[in-house]
Design a protein around this ligand. Structure first.
Ligand SMILES: NC(=O)c1ccc[n+]([C@@H]2O[C@H](COP(=O)([O-])OP(=O)(O)OC[C@H]3O[C@@H](n4cnc5c(N)ncnc54)[C@H](O)[C@@H]3O)[C@@H](O)[C@H]2O)c1
Length: 449
């Protein structure tokens, strides 16, 4: 097909898209400055927290939380005694440890709780904590089921306690800048959202090595299973609970929830999807799990389509692409890139190859007369790149929580926000298991096919 490379199009091609980004200014975003070390805060002004669950995530949260100013950990709870030792090692001094989280909730010295227990325990821990008058930071996904989430929102509302869910990118400087850019209309009319993430190794697929000494002597296995039908002691379930729907929420609750929470935050959305249609399979890790290791979901939020894909069988970067009439905003862990598009014809319509010669030439001449920029008035397509620290940094999110507790201020990722994000994940799972599209029925608080 003959292409008419007009002056306007030439300018666009050379300045636009990748060309624009190569020369685009890179702006470094500064995270919020958190200055004071613990020692500068009087003991009477310190926030005292207790932690429930000091496993893979809880150990990181504990390490980060105790580095924040005016915050100290005064007790730790886990059902596995090895993690009592780990908590003491992280805090660097003897603190009370227990297998009963109720001990922490009864302790009047404790202002708030951090909970990083497996998904099937989230509801009970949150409901018990807020009912005992404690504010709580609970890990994502907020709930193990839609019904759990409904109960958690009700408990948060009834008690008025602060509940913050742990999708840390919601407090990241990367997502906050992207939110500002999207709100400013940088991409024009939003037409489609896509997001994806892939891994390709056994650890990424949750085949974690259980602690070698784990046994019913040092782990309260019965309590660990909670209300799930009891099975004999199984170290693999303890370490790899994400693989089974009885305890975890699969790829949806582990990784999709991060994509959804970040998307909702950046777009200023705070509702469950109206509809979800998912496809998935167990392809790469058929190790006895019942959760898919590939899971792609199309969501209807009542506007542009949202297409989010997770894959444990091929490594791909985690990325959002917000697509709109004025270009694409790409958001990744460390960077935001804007690829401008004019949204206009850059040359006479190629449909006119179907015109006879004289008609085509007349059309082209008129088009150029009407559209070619005057010398010195050529449009400039300017892309831009922002870089910052990882959106996975936990300190900013923990800091937002502790500030909320201290000042009795609402937090962004509260129970309603967490519930709406988790619902998207439960709908993705339900759609996969039911092999049909599902909808959220707000009147009955149920996922329907
Ligand atoms: N925000 C993130 O980036 C991120 C990353 C990893 C995990 N997570 C979330 O953190 C949570 C924990 O994940 P993990 O990988 O640390 O799990 P894990 O299995 O490594 O640790 C969970 C710990 O909780 C303890 N536990 C379970 N039930 C308990 C109870 N009733 N009382 C006291 N302790 C109990 C277990 O003994 C275990 O030590 C999950 O909800 C997960 O989705 C979030």
């Amino acid at each position: 097909m003959k292409k008419d490379l007009s002056r306007r199009q030439f300018l666009h091609r050379t300045a636009g898209a990748a060309g624009a980004l190569a020369a685009a200014p890179t702006i470094f975003l500064q995270p919020e400055y958190i200055s004071l070390p613990l020692q500068n805060v009087a003991p009477s002004d310190r926030l005292r927290f207790g932690i429930i669950g000091i496993g893979m995530q809880g150990s990181g949260l504990l390490t980060n939380a105790i580095q924040l100013p005016g915050v100290e950990c005064v007790a730790a709870c886990d059902l596995y005694d090895g993690r009592h030792l780990l908590a003491v090692e992280i805090v660097g001094k003897k603190i009370p440890t227990t297998r009963r989280y109720q001990d922490l909730l009864d302790n009047k010295e404790i202002d708030c709780i951090i909970a990083a227990v497996p998904d099937h325990w989230h509801k009970q821990v949150v409901v018990d904590a807020v009912s005992a008058g404690k504010d709580i930071y609970c890990e994502k996904p907020m709930s193990h089921s839609a019904a759990d989430g409904v109960a958690m929102v009700a408990a948060a509302k009834k008690t008025g306690r602060i509940v913050q869910i742990g999708s840390q990118r919601v407090s990241s400087v990367v997502c906050t800048k992207a939110k500002e850019l999207l709100a400013s209309g940088i991409i024009g009319t939003l037409t489609l959202v896509e997001g994806s993430l892939g891994r390709n190794d056994p650890t990424g697929a949750w085949e974690y090595p259980p602690p070698p000494d784990l046994s019913p002597a040092n782990l309260d296995w019965v309590t660990w299973q909670g209300t799930v039908p009891q099975v004999p002691f199984n170290p693999n379930i303890f370490a790899r609970w994400r693989c089974w729907k009885e305890y975890g929420t699969g790829l949806a609750g582990d990784l999709l929830v991060h994509l959804v929470s970040g998307m909702n935050y950046m777009l200023g959305w705070n509702t469950p999807p109206k509809k979800a249609m998912a496809l998935g399979a167990i392809i790469r890790f058929p190790d006895g799990r019942n959760m898919p290791d590939v899971h792609a979901t199309l969501f209807d939020y009542g506007g542009p389509p949202v297409y989010l894909r997770l894959n444990l069988g091929c490594d791909t970067p985690e990325i959002y692409r917000f697509q709109g009439s004025k270009g694409i905003l790409e958001v990744t862990e460390y960077a935001i890139s804007y690829f401008p598009q004019s949204g206009q014809d850059e040359s006479p319509s190629y449909y006119t190859v179907s015109y006879p010669k004289a008609m085509r030439e007349a059309y082209a001449a008129q088009w150029h007369q009407e559209h070619d920029p005057k010398p010195g008035k050529e449009p400039v397509a300017q892309g831009c790149v922002y870089r910052s620290i990882s959106w996975d940094e936990e300190k900013p999110h923990l800091w937002k929580f502790f500030q909320g507790v201290k000042n009795h201020q609402p937090v962004t990722e509260d129970a309603v926000f967490g519930h709406n994000a988790a619902l998207a994940c439960h709908m993705a799972n339900e759609s996969y298991f039911r092999n049909s599209a599902v909808t959220w029925d707000a009147a009955t608080n149920q996922i329907k096919s």
